[in-house]
Design a binder for this molecule. Sequence first.
Ligand SMILES: Nc1ncnc2c1ncn2[C@@H]1O[C@H](COP(=O)(O)OP(=O)(O)OP(=O)(O)O)[C@@H](O)[C@H]1O
Length: 615
Amino acid sequence: MPQAINNWQTDQNSGQGKQPKPQYRSAFRILSSYITPHRKTFSLVAICTVIAIASELFQPFLVKIAIDDNLMAGNNDFSSLLVICAIYLGLSLSGLLFTYLQNNLLQDAGQSIVAKIRKQLFQHITKLSMSYFDKTSSGSLITHVSSDTEAVNQFFNQVLLTLLRDGLTLVSILVMMFYLDATLGLYCLLLLPIIALIAIAFRSFMRTTYQMARTRLSRLVAFVAENLSGMSLIQVFHQQKAQAELYKERNEDYFKANVREIRTQVLFNRTFDLLGNLTIAFVVWTGGKAVLGTTIEFGVLYAFITYIRQFFQPINAITQQWNTLQSATVAVNRIWGVLDIEPEIQDSAKTVKVDYESVQGRVDFNKISFSYGNGSPIFRGLDLHIRPGEMVGIVGTTGAGKSSLMSLLCRFYDVQEGSVNIDGNDVRNIPQADLHRIVGLVQQEPYLYAGSIIDNVRMFDESISREDVIQACEFVGADQLVSRMADGYDTKLSERGSGLSAGERQLLSFARIIVFRPKILILDEATANLDSQTEQLIQRALQVVSKGRTTIVIAHRLSTIMQADRIIVLSHGTIVESGTHAELIELQGVYEELYRHSQGEAAASIEAPEAQTIP
Ligand SMILES: Nc1ncnc2c1ncn2[C@@H]1O[C@H](COP(=O)(O)OP(=O)(O)OP(=O)(O)O)[C@@H](O)[C@H]1O
């Protein structure tokens, strides 16, 4: 099982904050390959950081000079005090400027890296085979593209900056402390193990709470994503309340995890503050005695106290960023888990060059056997041959394998035995880009994008002219629909084409076919959702579209395929009958029975008999 799916399932199943262990080494190796092209920027960031830190840390030292060399020494030289003040101000401004530069440079590099990763991930996902999408929830993929890339973003925004800036600050403060007074510096250094112990204890607890909150957020996002895609189903089955209850549970889980995380954070921060204040009290006591005993100067004590205040802040920041580092590491590994997945369907090494214009459209299913994954076989040695330009109707009961057969022709999956050929070429040897130009598929639910009608018909391919799109729409009779719209062909369709009826969406998808001119056209239940009036319109469009190209029509509604050159009846993955409508009616077999049923249904819908009570 691919790592990413593994991880996601861990996310889904645990809910108790058990996430995969972060693999720092591989994450850093991956991220450093992205950092390398930006090494100039990162070097500049490092330089800015050093200058910003030096500017800040030198300020208390200046005050020490002012106190010891001017104020305490009774020196009335106001000009040197003024110089100190001016330098102090200059240092503040330089600290501000270089912190600003450091942040901006890091943001630029970080954001462009994250944008690159996001683009790479999306492109990779679109190349993955259908078998991958069978196993992976869309919610999980949305999490990878959104939350996981966001975690990487945080790595650059927060973690890297903290490690660099606060790590350097900490070391510099220690150096300054030892420079000012080695004994007091040593006392403070002794504090480090205590701080480390407290930090480690909190860290493991905070890691659990942090990851629990993240896992629960992922579950919440996945739940919303899946609900949105199935919204019509929820409404039809009046599932709003039940789903709202499920959402409430997940939302509460996330709320509790969040509260717990925040409480832990607050407790940790306050403990650190307390520790800081205790240290200051200790330094005031020991340092104060030393000042009174004149072993150290007052300015040194002042600078020391200021440095101690600054000492705890970077430790606190680094500890807090530890969680973000962990989640970024997990996210990076998870993203690369997806990027590492090889698409099952790939162009073979011995691809054949197919000249699109000379494709005849002959289709051969040569004794094919196929099953999904390790499931039971859908086809066992099925043989079907379709002539160029022939219109073939495929009928059969639900689950007979009609759509699966077409998926094999589109090469969404590969056969395990036998071959699927187009004009004698195995589809496995035809480059996928060529194959999908040759074979066009219209499904029951045509997908429309948020965009204008023009863009939806030409699928955002600017090389297809506006005139070609308009001509295609007129060809299939979609022009009447377009003329009713406020902005005509420039009318913006909302996501998935909502706002248009199923028939209207289908008409536009027929126009798409005209524009892209596939040599082999598959209609998979394309007329299933249409009323009889729209079906007539589509039927007319179909006649236009199918002219001169091999057309395979899957339909439960037999009226759609009665005119086909040949009708194939499929049952449990086997062809049980084949012939024209008239021949199959005469045969008095499965097709005739299906036809009788469909006639009965049609009559029933006209006569509207008394409703039967279903127990
Ligand atoms: N992605 C998949 N993964 C696993 N099994 C699948 C998948 N798609 C279809 N099947 C199974 O393959 C069999 C054939 O399904 P298929 O969709 O091809 O039938 P169909 O004849 O098109 O049915 P319908 O008329 O209901 O659309 C069914 O048993 C179905 O459960």
